[in-house]
Design a protein around this ligand. Structure first.
Ligand SMILES: [Zn+2]
Length: 208
């Protein structure tokens, strides 16, 4: 959908607007996050949230993209287009370097994940841990539950991506193109899958 706001402003106002938006975006394209050079590139001003989804037709909802990125965007919502573009980039890279589609470890490494081993201890019915590598020495704890049928101990917790690792035994599959629909659903806060599963190997279990 076109922008009434943009058709009404004068060419010099448009130039000013582009400069202002670019500055706010650190001179990077909203979709591909590569540098924007106004001498070398053609750019578009586009709505971040499309008008048809309730986005405003004013500068608070405008972003600068390379024209080519805007033409080949995979979603009309620029926030989703940016995520999908990044996923395509990761897919191309793993295909080129390893000859396969990416799996979770490729995604984690792209976002700074899987960097540290988690140090933890179990005391009574609590698991305690800290994230010293991230500069935080505060001790966090979560209650441990026991599944009556299997005897498995479990807890629910939130962990920084730096402490999350991919395990091919849990999920050996690579991530295919069909993930794009799920990415959109997650972005709209409509999760389609169960809560993420993970596990921790305690020293006792390692000795078995
Ligand atoms: Zn771009």
């Amino acid at each position: 959908m076109g922008s009434l706001y943009l058709t009404r402003i004068k060419p010099n106002e448009r130039e000013e607007l582009i400069k202002k938006l670019l500055e706010a975006q650190n001179y990077k394209c909203f979709i591909c996050r590569e540098k924007v050079d106004l001498t070398l590139h053609q750019v578009d001003i586009d709505h971040v949230v499309p008008l048809k989804l309730g986005g405003k037709d004013d500068p608070s909802n405008f972003a600068i993209t390379h024209s080519s990125c805007n033409r080949s965007k995979q979603d009309s919502d620029l926030r989703i287009a940016r995520i999908l573009h990044n996923f395509s980039k990761i897919s191309e890279k793993t295909l080129r370097e390893k000859g396969v589609s990416p799996n979770l470890s490729d995604i984690l490494s792209e976002y700074g994940g899987s960097r540290y081993k988690l140090k933890f201890k179990i005391e009574e019915k609590k698991i305690k841990f800290s994230f010293p590598e991230l500069g935080s020495n505060s001790i966090n704890e979560y209650p441990i539950f026991v599944d009556e049928l299997s005897g498995f101990r479990y807890f629910f917790g939130l962990f920084p991506i730096e402490y999350l690792h991919h395990d091919e035994r849990i999920n050996p599959r690579s991530i295919g193109k069909n993930i794009t629909k799920l990415i959109k659903e997650f972005f709209l806060k409509r999760p389609q899958l169960h809560i993420t599963l993970g596990y921790i190997i305690t020293k006792m279990e390692l000795l078995k």
